[in-house]
Every structure is written in structure tokens, then in C-alpha cells.
Unconditional design. Structure first.
Length: 196
């Protein structure tokens, strides 16, 4: 199927524009009033997080990853090392297995996507005319794009669900033997590589 588009023209009177502006002012005023308690609440959370991190930073002990010291039991410890596991993770749907800390299945589906572009011009008498062009193209997406909301949904239908779901598995054993840690708290340095 080839990409296609269509154009829709809508008109708005001067009175309708004034009504929309008044609604916008009222909505903006309500947001302005709500913003202060939210700002106070968020700043309180930021201060609490800062104090917690400062306290933890002073109490943390760096330890080697290859040995256990009973004196550190119950203390906040930091370690760095190569994370390994004996676990073999398997994707039963596609039959992929690997000795890894994580196995991730990313699912995408080729489906219709609607995009729109509008241009508004002022008319004589204070009204406006809006010309909206809707374009349709097929794209890969990792979530269902609901075509029921498209302007031309009858000609551009997507499935209601993904045929497969994305999945992320993690090894259950300790990545740092002999320390009994179920999995790393920070996975920033774990690199993912495609198996297929």
C-alpha cells in the first residue's frame, strides 16, 4: 500500500474564538493556583532525597567483589566487578538461549501511523479557517497504534493487539560470587547485544 493523505477545512467564527480564549484564561488560572502546592511538594521530595543520598554517601563502604567480610553484615556496601552468572536464559517463543544476565525480547509491529499538519488563516470579519492535512504511512512501532481514532480509519486499520509481547528476563543467581546479591542494582554498564 502506498502512503496517502487528505485535507480537511474547518471554519471558526469570531465569537467562538473569544469563547475559546476565555476558557483558556480560566484553565490557565486554575493551573497557576495548583502549581504552588505541587512545587512545594516536589521541592520537599528533592530535599529529602538529597539528605538521604548524603547520609548514604557517608556510610557506604567499598568492598572487593570476590570476598566476603562478616564485619560488613548489615552495612551499606559498594562493589565493582565483572558480573557473571551460570544461568541460561531462554526465550521459549523463538527458541533463543544464552548464558547471560539479561535476555530481552523487543517486539515491533509494522502498522499505519496518522500524522497531521494544520495551517490557520484569519478571515475577514474576525473568523479563522483551518486547513488540516492528514497523512498516512506505515511505520514500525513497539506498541499498538489504535487506528479507530484516525480520520480515515476505514482505509487504515491496524490490528487490535501485538502478536507477541516484549519480555525482559534476568538471571536469578548472584552475579558476584560469593556475595549473595540477587542482581545488580545499577545496570548502566551492562551492555546488551543482539542474539538474532
Amino acid at each position: 500500500m502506498s502512503d496517502d493523505s487528505f485535507t480537511e477545512v474547518t471554519n471558526q467564527s469570531w465569537f467562538s474564538r473569544i469563547g475559546g480564549a476565555i476558557k483558556g484564561i480560566i484553565f490557565g488560572f486554575i493551573l497557576f493556583i495548583i502549581a504552588f502546592p505541587l512545587l512545594f511538594w516536589n521541592e520537599g521530595r528533592a530535599v529529602k532525597t538529597y539528605k538521604t543520598l548524603k547520609e548514604g554517601g557517608g556510610a557506604v563502604i567499598s568492598v572487593p567483589a570476590d570476598q566476603v567480610d562478616a564485619n560488613n553484615e548489615g552495612k551499606l556496601v559498594h562493589l565493582s566487578g565483572k558480573a557473571t552468572t551460570e544461568d541460561v536464559l531462554t526465550d521459549p517463543v523463538f527458541g533463543v538461549s544464552d548464558n547471560a544476565l539479561r535476555l530481552r525480547r523487543n517486539v515491533e509491529m509494522y502498522q499505519w501511523q496518522e500524522s497531521s499538519e494544520s495551517e490557520t488563516k484569519k478571515k475577514l470579519g474576525g473568523g479563522t479557517e483551518t486547513v488540516t492535512t492528514y497523512s498516512y504511512s506505515k511505520e514500525w512501532s513497539d506498541s499498538v497504534i489504535h487506528s479507530s481514532g484516525f480520520k480515515k480509519s476505514g482505509e487504515h486499520q491496524n490490528p487490535d493487539s501485538m502478536p507477541y509481547v516484549s519480555e525482559d528476563q534476568a538471571a536469578t543467581g548472584s552475579p558476584w560470587v560469593p556475595l549473595p546479591c540477587p542482581r545488580p542494582r545499577s545496570t548502566e554498564s551492562i551492555s546488551l547485544r543482539p542474539l538474532l
